[in-house]
Design a protein around this ligand. Structure first.
Ligand code: PMP
Length: 382
């Protein structure tokens, strides 16, 4: 139950174990082509250009930055934690002049304040982390992306801990880049960087004055490849991760069969049940209010007298949890992922295991009350 890699569906894992075809074999070409079309559907962006490249989420971030930003251009980072810091680092590495709108851990920057900064001028891009995996905070991406659009600024949304778990309508909201990785709510083992890029962002890339500094991250290399596979032709720049693409095509198929709205709603329902359990255990969440709490993971302070040793006790109880990640608070909290195939059974088993682990660490709560609270929430069909 960590926030990625998550549990994967057996059908997806079986696809991964299929005999590896040549990357130019007809059967692979049609699978890759279908996977690309499905990325577009999952991002709800019918006009966008999908990219699927071997690498992790950090590569997806790098692809966005390397292609959209030229040295000396201004970038605004809406910073909610560890992965926004990484985005700022990347932007600086590519020569951008970075301005950050920061907030305390667990909070989200005020949209009006961000809009004021956007209005102050000349930004090429604004970046925002949809769900910050270090704090469990869900950013108000719809409002932020629309604000960027009003000021003619390209919006880049890091959806690594959100895509296919949190509500997102790329095209309707006008987000220019939605980037993600395979190992979380996309439901495929680690190894794929995915991006969905708006026509406006592609135009901005086409009108660059300087070449993209990284060869592996250059859209000029990847765009013809993506277009070829989608059109049913093979093309080569760098060998695609054939088996991961098989797995991706299966997982995206499952996601679309569930339906995007139904999938978002299931993640919300499971998150509400988890939160009811945490509350009954007397645990305090990092997100300052429930309205900014992610539906894909929970970040929770250890209660008085409990520390990281609790993670070992949870493992003894059969559930793997993650430690803290935010540099300022690292040792003071833990994280529980709830993405992809997560269902009621996972909620009840996890809340029960956390209760036993806390009890072994000396934290007292009414026995079974947390499981009952989670179950009550699951039973209320909202
Ligand atoms: N952004 C976010 C929001 C993430 O959660 C992560 C990974 N946890 C990344 C970026 C980086 O992804 P990766 O570890 O796959 O490089």
């Amino acid at each position: 139950m960590i926030p990625g890699p998550v549990e994967f569906d057996p059908e997806v894992l079986r696809a991964l174990g299929t005999k590896t075809a040549s990357h130019v074999a007809p059967e692979f070409i049609s699978i890759f082509g279908r996977a690309l079309k499905k990325v577009r559907e999952v991002c709800l962006a019918p006009s966008a250009q999908p990219f699927v490249v071997a690498g992790s989420g950090t590569l997806a971030m790098e692809l966005a930055v390397a292609n959209l930003v030229e040295p000396g251009e201004r970038a605004l980072v809406v910073n909610t934690g560890y992965f926004s810091d990484r985005m700022a680092l990347l932007l600086e590495r590519y020569g951008a002049e970075v301005v950050q709108e920061k907030c305390a851990p667990g909070e989200v920057p005020d949209v009006t304040a961000v809009e004021r900064v956007l209005a102050s001028g000349r930004f090429k891009v604004m970046t925002v982390t949809h769900v910050d995996t270090s704090t469990g905070v869900l950013a108000p991406v719809e409002a932020l992306v629309k604000a960027a659009g009003r000021h003619g600024v390209l919006s880049v949304v890091d959806g690594v801990c959100a895509t296919a778990g949190e509500t997102f309508h790329q095209e309707a909201w006008g987000a220019d880049v939605y980037l993600t990785a395979s190992q979380k709510a996309i439901g495929v083992p680690p190894g794929l960087a995915l991006l969905s890029v708006s026509p406006k962002a592609l135009d901005a890339w086409r009108s660059r004055k300087t070449p993209v500094r990284s060869l592996y991250a250059d859209f000029s290399e990847w765009l013809p490849i993506m277009e070829a596979y989608e059109a049913g032709r093979a093309a080569y720049f760098a060998t695609p991760p054939v088996n991961l693409v098989y797995a991706l095509e299966v997982s995206l198929g499952q996601i679309l069969r569930e339906g995007m709205e139904a999938r978002f709603a299931r993640h919300r329902r499971m998150a509400r049940a988890f939160r009811a359990g945490w509350k009954a255990l007397g645990l305090k969440m990092l997100p300052v209010t429930e309205s900014v709490a992610a539906n894909t993971l929970s970040a929770l302070y250890y209660p008085e007298g409990v520390d990281v040793a609790m993670l070992g006790r949870a493992r003894e109880q059969g559930v793997v949890l993650a430690g803290g990640l935010h540099p300022q608070l690292k040792t003071r909290y833990f994280r529980v992922g709830h993405m992809n195939v997560v269902g009621p059974g996972d909620v009840l088993a996890t809340v029960g295991a956390v209760e036993r682990a806390l009890s072994a660490a000396g934290h007292r709560a009414e026995p079974g009350a947390a499981v009952a609270a989670a179950q009550t929430e699951l039973l209320s069909a909202r």
